[in-house]
Design a protein around this ligand. Structure first.
Ligand code: TMP
Length: 217
């Protein structure tokens, strides 16, 4: 195992950001790079990632559920998360794997908090229950302006993506605000650059957080 792999083994990294930020592509590239370093990578996604969580995901994203209250929505995201933490994340971390999550509590703070209007304190209190102490070591926010984001979305939008421009502007602001408040635990990556540049920026952010002795690219 090389130096990067030993620094990242047993760590928990989250990719998050507005819809259309290119997070899934970048996660794939990042996990490939990590595997090349010799790491065992555990990939999880939210909402979902377990059989129970995938059922919750269907309820959350189905456009038929437009009457869902914001409280119900927040609790369902957290319920899916609680199952994922216990069933997948904690065992992988204790096996010394690198856990890479597609969204986490940061998404609830941005979507149901900053954009949806729920107080941050409520979300944090429920999150304490859902994650039971297993907070990420770093959350990478892939940041993108709304015009670029909209151009990257599949034309068949889900219930969350259908919420409109102003909602998504507040989501983006919610992510940036978290990064301003917790600079040691968050890193904002400019995701409007081309994919290769974003990939390098992601790797540099990881080296800076976990391997201070290895020079960045
Ligand atoms: P995805 O597109 O990354 O699979 O995420 C599904 C949608 O769910 C996306 O629009 C973001 C939204 N979401 C929340 O609103 N709150 C959350 O806590 C999470 C995890 C996702």
């Amino acid at each position: 195992m090389n130096e990067i792999a030993s620094a990242l083994a047993g760590k928990f990294v989250v990719f998050d950001g507005p819809d259309g930020s290119g997070k899934s592509t970048q996660m794939k590239r990042f996990m490939q790079w990590c595997r090349e370093q010799g790491l065992v990578v555990k990939e999880v996604r939210e909402p979902g990632g377990t059989a129970i969580g995938e059922q919750i995901r269907q309820v959350l994203l189905d456009p038929v559920n437009e009457g869902m209250t914001i409280q119900c929505e927040m609790l369902l995201y957290m319920a899916s998360r609680a199952q994922l933490v216990e069933q997948e994340i904690v065992p992988a971390l204790s096996r010394g794997e690198l856990v890479v999550a597609d969204r986490f509590v940061s998404a609830t703070l941005a979507y149901q908090g900053a954009a949806g209007g729920l107080p941050t304190k409520w979300i944090q209190q429920v999150a304490e229950v859902a994650v039971s102490g297993h907070w990420p070591d770093i959350t990478l926010i892939l940041d993108v302006d709304d015009v670029t984001a909209a151009s990257r979305l599949n034309p068949l939008l889900d219930r969350m993506e259908l919420k409109g421009r102003e909602f998504h502007r507040r989501v983006r602001e919610g992510f940036l605000e978290q990064a301003r408040l917790m600079p040691d635990l968050y890193c904002v990556i400019d995701s409007s650059q081309d994919a290769d540049a974003v990939e390098t920026a992601v790797q540099n952010a990881i080296l800076k957080q976990f391997c201070t002795e290895i020079p960045q690219k």
